[in-house]
Design a protein around this ligand. Structure first.
Ligand code: SF4
Length: 326
């Protein structure tokens, strides 16, 4: 979307100094879309032995899907109905996003994926689906399926969420990401050609990364046709190898003030065209070892917003012009 910046903040950003998902949904769908997290019973090549059995170093046993409606053998359609029931009585809009969150949600036969995604897309209250996956799990057969589904459900959207985390190979090796940067850029371009919007997950505060490296990752995103970004605070979860390194004192996490400063710097360097889906983390309470301050999510967000107002700054303040329009 192209727009002119007035005082750094376009009107469609609403009350935030960045282009939030909330603002995007209000602008595009005229209501806020809440997410219903789905556990579709997937696994991941980083866990099933194809690439590794240990998973990414920060990934919990639930494959980062602890917020999914407790699946217990339930179909996608049943999980969506459970999610809708949980939202009943709360102040929400009419429509929701089905978020295929746990593990790698394109790592299955195409026929199975078709069934899973169709169940969500044919639910009237679902405005669209967001599919968390890996760039090395997007063969052309899957892209054909997604293109086909988009044509079958023309009034619904299909977003892809890719966990890049960092552009730096040494950090990518440490976290056991399992694919090179070229695989990511190739996937983004192939998805763009098919007009399938991409949301990129970046972790701020990975061990061994300094501020300059984090901002290099942000600047790199500005050069790609990326629709959205999730800026995630690094969480240390029980049962992960990251937790062992943390307890061994191998790295320190940013405190809340340091994180506030870090995330503001990231937003300042991010193109104002890219929708910001998240600026903090949402670690499962029962597994979170550190940082505990992140549990107070509302306070974390308020602090970031207050500080951005105090500094009179906004998303893209220091980003060069010319991001791809998607
Ligand atoms: S790719 Fe995702 S699901 Fe797989 S191990 Fe890494 S974080 Fe976990």
């Amino acid at each position: 979307m192209s727009h002119s910046l007035q005082s750094g903040r376009p009107a469609h950003w609403l009350d935030k100094p960045y282009y939030s998902l909330h603002a995007y949904c209000r602008h595009t769908f005229h209501e806020k879309l809440y997410k219903i997290a789905i556990d579709a019973g997937m696994t991941c090549p980083n866990r099933d032995g194809l690439l590794d059995t240990r998973g990414c170093i920060f990934c919990s046993a639930g494959g980062s899907g602890e917020f999914a409606v407790k699946a217990q053998g339930r179909s996608v359609a049943q999980q969506i109905q459970c999610g809708l029931t949980l939202f009943r009585g709360k102040q929400t809009g009419e429509r929701f996003i089905a978020y295929f969150q746990a593990f790698t949600n394109t790592y299955a036969p195409v026929s199975r994926l078709r069934t899973l995604f169709t169940q969500a897309l044919e639910t009237p209250q679902i405005a669209g689906i967001s599919i968390a996956t890996r760039p090395d799990c997007l063969p052309e057969t899957v892209l054909c399926l997604l293109t086909d589904l988009r044509q079958t459900f023309p009034d619904k959207f299909i977003w892809l969420e890719l966990g890049l985390q960092t552009i730096h190979p040494r950090t990518a090796d440490y976290i056991r990401r399992g694919y090179p940067l070229s695989c990511f850029t190739d996937a983004v371009h192939r998805l763009c050609l098919r007009r399938l919007p991409v949301i990129v997950h970046i972790i701020l505060g990975l061990p061994g990364e300094n501020r300059r490296q984090i901002y290099e990752t942000i600047s790199f995103l500005n050069t790609l046709p990326v629709f959205g970004v999730k800026l995630q605070l690094l969480h240390v979860l029980e049962g992960t190898d990251l937790a062992a390194d943390y307890r061994a004192g191998m790295f320190r996490l940013p405190d809340q003030e340091q994180y506030t400063d870090l995330v503001i710097g990231a937003l300042e360097r991010l193109s104002p065209e890219i929708v910001v889906h998240r600026i903090t983390g949402d670690g499962p309470k029962n597994l979170l070892i550190a940082p505990k301050w992140s549990l107070h999510k509302r306070a974390v967000l308020n602090r970031i917003h207050q500080e951005m107002r105090r500094r009179d700054t906004w998303q893209g303040k220091y980003a060069p012009p010319g991001h791809f329009s998607v």
